[in-house]
Write a new protein. Structure first.
Length: 342
């Protein structure tokens, strides 16, 4: 009691609102609040709340929980872009608004009708068939997401999967437009033949199909994120855009440049995740290098094939495509902490 007869209440300790984060030492940011520890398959004795012999549990135990990576806290990884669903939809809304503006402007000028034969050949042989490549990358990204041991990694892979769907949609949309302008070129019907039979496409296709059988998470991660995706994106987006412009096709060059922004975001989280894995356990780098060694020759073959694919449409001015892509790939691997080995 005070002198005025008022009751003095004892001060209660503040409720620990963010106990799920442990001793974080600060209030978590929005990205962490909506991402942290959301993977329900790592919280129980079996990944799924079913019997241990159920196929899903056997698969996760074998191909995720038994991989040769040692990580004390998978939730310690952070996406450099701190991407959330809200942020992703805002970013991609701006991207799509830009692309929609491009399509409206160039369509109003009937720009496709003015394309010369070399430009149409490039679109028929490289651009339109790339929707098969984009769809394959979508499936592989989804697998990296599905087996990811942390929701921080899984969410980054989820947004990457959505990026690939965006690429497939835009490629399909343009293919339909081209089919209406050039009905004799079989746009929308001939792409499977290019993908399955054109010699220069086959190294990329082989890499894709072998990766679809890479079931251990770390193997799929390295093969997809550090081999197929950076090589394929560099060839069929970055280098393609330069060749398209040389052939007078500014629209598809600009679309490819825009899609490559998605690829650059994927590169950022891939590098961060690889370095996180290396630093998390003493033997992790050796395991990642071993995985990289399994995909290196296929990656080099994919670069050679892709360079021939574009070179057939580019001429002598682009004779260095293969060298440029190879150097970019080597630099990415070095940035990820896996240089000089494998």
């Amino acid at each position: 009691m005070s002198e005025q007869g008022n009751v003095v209440k004892a001060r209660r300790p503040k409720t620990k609102t963010w106990s799920r984060f442990g001793n974080l030492g600060r209030k978590p940011n929005e990205y962490e609040v909506v991402t942290h520890d959301m993977n329900h398959t790592i919280s129980f004795a079996t990944p799924l709340e079913m019997g241990p012999e159920v196929h899903g549990n056997v698969w996760l135990k074998r191909h995720r929980d038994s991989i040769p990576l040692s990580v004390a806290d998978w939730n310690a990884f952070r996406d450099p872009d701190r991407m959330t669903y809200r942020k992703y939809t805002n970013v991609q809304d701006q991207q799509e608004t830009y692309v929609d503006g491009l399509l409206a402007e160039f369509t109003s000028k009937n720009s496709d009708a003015s394309l010369a034969k070399p430009a149409v050949d490039l679109l028929a042989g490289v651009f339109a068939p790339s929707r098969y490549l984009g769809h394959a990358q979508q499936m592989l990204s989804a697998y990296v997401q599905q087996l990811a041991p942390s929701s921080y990694i899984a969410n980054a892979a989820t947004f990457q999967t959505a990026d690939q769907l965006r690429r497939v949609q835009l490629t399909s949309y343009r293919t339909k437009q081209l089919s209406e302008t050039f009905p004799d070129r079989n746009f929308g019907r001939a792409e499977r033949g290019h993908w399955e039979k054109a010699t220069a496409w086959q190294p990329l296709r082989e890499l894709v199909e072998r990766l679809l059988l890479a079931f251990d998470w770390h193997d799929a991660f390295i093969g997809t994120q550090l081999v197929l995706k950076p090589i394929a994106d560099r060839l069929t987006l970055h280098e393609f855009a330069k060749v398209a412009r040389r052939q007078g096709d500014d629209l598809d060059g600009l679309i490819a440049d825009n899609l490559y922004k998605d690829a650059e975001r994927s590169r950022r989280w891939t590098v961060a995740c690889t370095r996180f894995l290396i630093e998390a356990g003493e033997g992790n780098r050796a395991a990642l290098l071993e995985a990289l060694s399994r995909w290196r020759k296929l990656g080099e073959a994919a670069i050679a094939g892709g360079a021939k694919l574009l070179g057939a449409h580019a001429g002598a001015a682009f004779a260095s495509i293969g060298t440029d892509v190879q150097q970019d790939w080597v630099a990415l691997i070095a940035e990820a902490g896996l240089a000089g080995d494998g």
